[in-house]
Design a binder for this molecule. Structure first.
Ligand code: SF4
Length: 301
C-alpha cells in the first residue's frame, strides 16, 4: 500500500483541483472535508492520515489502497499503528464506484470496528472511466451503460439506488449520515460529529457536471435543489441520539422542485411524463422511509 499524504507543512489538498472539472462538487467536498479534519486535528495536536480515490477527489494527489479496498486498508493501517503506539485519525475519501466494488470491504471494515471516518463523494457513476452505472445511480438517469436509465433494454426495469449510509449503520458504524456541500453548516457539524464517533460514514451528494450534464456554474444550485426536492434527504443516525432528519422535506413543493432538478440535467433529457411520475413516487417512498427510520430509531429514553 502506498502511504499517505498530508503533514502540517505540506498540504496538497489546497491544490487538488488540478485536472478536475470546474465546479466539481466531489472536488469541493474533498477540500471541505480535509479542511475540517485538519482544523479538528490541529486542536487535538494530531496529524491526520487521509487517503482514497475517486473522480473529482484529486486523481494524482491522494494515495489509495486499491480499488474497493479502502476500508480494509484503513483497518490494516489502524492495526499497524496500534502495534507501534501511533495515534493518528484515519480518514478515507472515495466515490460511490469504490463503495460498489468494495461493499464487502466496507461492511467488513465497519464490523471490525476500527476507528476511522469514511466519506463518500457520491456522483452516482464511475465518472472517471466513462460514466458507467453504479448501485447508487438514480433511476432513469442516462449513463453509458443505461441509455435510458433502465436496466436491460429499452423497456427494462427501473431500480432505486442503494442506501449505503443506512446499510453501514447495521454493519457497526457508530455514526452515519447523508450530507450536501450546499448546506455547509450541516456538513461541517456532521464531519465534526463523525470524528467524535468513530467508526463513522458520511455519504455526500456530489452531482457530476460532466456525466449529469449540467453547466458548471450551476453546481451549487443543483446540489441544493437535489436536497430541497427530497431526492437526497439529509439525515444522521448516531449511537445514543438515534435517527433524525437534518433538513425539512416539503411534500407539497416536491413535484415542482423535482421537475426543476430533472430539467437542469441532460441525463434526464429523455424522460417522459410517466417516468417523472415514477420518480415522484420514488421520492415519496424514500422520504417515507426516512420518516419511518426516525420513528423507529429514537434516542433511548
Ligand atoms: S467528471 Fe465529474 S466527478 Fe469527475 S472531475 Fe469532472 S465533475 Fe468531478
Amino acid at each position: 500500500m502506498k502511504m499517505i499524504l498530508e503533514t502540517k507543512d505540506a498540504r496538497p489538498h489546497k491544490n487538488i483541483d488540478a485536472g478536475q472539472c470546474p465546479g466539481c462538487p466531489s472536488n469541493l467536498t474533498t477540500k471541505l472535508v480535509m479542511e475540517l479534519v485538519f482544523q479538528v486535528c490541529e486542536e487535538r495536536g494530531q496529524d491526520p492520515i487521509i487517503f482514497g480515490q475517486g473522480c473529482g477527489i484529486g486523481r494524482d494527489i491522494m494515495h489509495r489502497s486499491g480499488i474497493g479496498t479502502h476500508d480494509s486498508g484503513a483497518v490494516g493501517m489502524h492495526a499497524a499503528m496500534e502495534m507501534r503506539g501511533i495515534d493518528r485519525p484515519l480518514v478515507v475519501i472515495d466515490g460511490d464506484g469504490q463503495i460498489d466494488m468494495g461493499m464487502d470491504d466496507l461492511s467488513g471494515g465497519f464490523q471490525y470496528g476500527a476507528p476511522y471516518l469514511h466519506v463518500v463523494c457520491d456522483n452516482q457513476s464511475f465518472a472517471a472511466s466513462g460514466t458507467h452505472a453504479t448501485g447508487m445511480t438514480d433511476m432513469f438517469a442516462k449513463v453509458s451503460t443505461r441509455e435510458n436509465g433502465r436496466i436491460g433494454g429499452p423497456n427494462g426495469r427501473v431500480q432505486p439506488r442503494k442506501q449505503p449510509a443506512m446499510m453501514v449503520k447495521f454493519s457497526g458504524a457508530h455514526y452515519t449520515a447523508t450530507a450536501s456541500p450546499a448546506f455547509f453548516r450541516d456538513f461541517e457539524r456532521k464531519v465534526n460529529t463523525a470524528l467524535d464517533n468513530l467508526p463513522a460514514f458520511i455519504q455526500v451528494f456530489a452531482p457530476c457536471t460532466l456525466s449529469w450534464g449540467y453547466d458548471d456554474q450551476d453546481s451549487f444550485s443543483i446540489t441544493k435543489l437535489g436536497t430541497d426536492c427530497g431526492i437526497w434527504p439529509l439525515w444522521e443516525w448516531a449511537d445514543g441520539t438515534g435517527f433524525r432528519r437534518t433538513h425539512d422535506y416539503n411534500e407539497s413543493k416536491m413535484p415542482e422542485q423535482l421537475r426543476a432538478y430533472l430539467d437542469m440535467q441532460r441525463r434526464y433529457a429523455h424522460v417522459t411524463p410517466d417516468d417523472v411520475e415514477v420518480i415522484e413516487r420514488y421520492v415519496r417512498d424514500l422520504n417515507s422511509l426516512v420518516d419511518k427510520m426516525t420513528r423507529s430509531f429514537q434516542a433511548p429514553a
